[in-house]
Design a protein around this ligand. Sequence first.
Ligand SMILES: NC(=O)c1ccc[n+]([C@@H]2O[C@H](COP(=O)([O-])OP(=O)(O)OC[C@H]3O[C@@H](n4cnc5c(N)ncnc54)[C@H](OP(=O)(O)O)[C@@H]3O)[C@@H](O)[C@H]2O)c1
Length: 287
Amino acid sequence: MTTHHNDLKKIAIIGCGYVGTAASRYWCKEQGHSLTVTTTREERVKELQELATRVVVMKGADSQAVRSLLQNQDTIILSIAPISDRQVDAEVYRETYIPTVKNLVSALQNTPSVKQVIYLSSCSVYGNKKGEWIDETSPIDTDSEYNQVLSEVEHTLLNSTSEDIKACILRLGGIYGPERELTKRFKRIAGKTIPGSGNTFTSWIHLDDIVAALDFLCQRRLGGIYNLVNDFNMTIRELSDLVCDRANLDKVIWDDTKPSYRFLNARVSNQKIKASGYNLIHPKTII
Ligand SMILES: NC(=O)c1ccc[n+]([C@@H]2O[C@H](COP(=O)([O-])OP(=O)(O)OC[C@H]3O[C@@H](n4cnc5c(N)ncnc54)[C@H](OP(=O)(O)O)[C@@H]3O)[C@@H](O)[C@H]2O)c1
């Protein structure tokens, strides 16, 4: 795909982590767009300068920084996640997301250049739907404190929409891709006993599809809610068996006498984004 010179955009990515890095590399280095990306850590600046036009060290809670970040931008991608390699508590979740989205929405009022905001949310917001099929119109879970935070972010952004600013909520399945391979994830629990029956439905999405879908939504300036999950449509037990089998790993042992720690148990439909014209790159790729 070639981008015409006059299609070049100014895009800012708040939270340039695993997804932000891949998106910035694609947009900036392959498509020629102007990319401003953020990190909270000075030591990441050098690495990010290789794949973006401009790097800003900031936190979303800094309203002044958010306001100046938005200046002259066309599109904003919100891709923040609490900094940790482990599960963090709900309070940390809240402190990461809520001040950032509040500052973002208030800065948008004074930044007429911005035409679209895309927020990377999670399919975990649907919670336990007992394995039923759900789509973007299904109610979301407000029992878990984590989901309360994510749903507040979604609402705040959707309420900020107008004719001039489209708010797009992309609800992602579990992210996998280079360095975050399924094999690598299941290797950690292969042969081990994990709480829960394993019969809960999970959803997944490959990094390449997140980048391509972001580009698709950005080019069409779409607003509204979209699920982005691949076509696995499997329970966590089925998927773990498949992955462990292929990689010659011992199977995961599921202990149904203990409650599962998983929020999501639903078959998430990806029909809406497909019907709008997006074709998955990796509908069933296992790596
Ligand atoms: N991982 C999954 O399986 C999954 C599933 C569904 C949805 N999602 C969503 O997908 C998005 C991207 O995930 P990811 O895996 O790319 O995340 P990631 O690699 O953890 O990157 C998160 C980024 O957010 C930045 N950040 C953290 N706290 C911040 C704050 N208070 N203010 C500003 N920036 C802050 C981090 O800064 P540093 O550069 O300093 O680290 C980092 O650049 C997130 O919105 C996440 O909720 C993820």
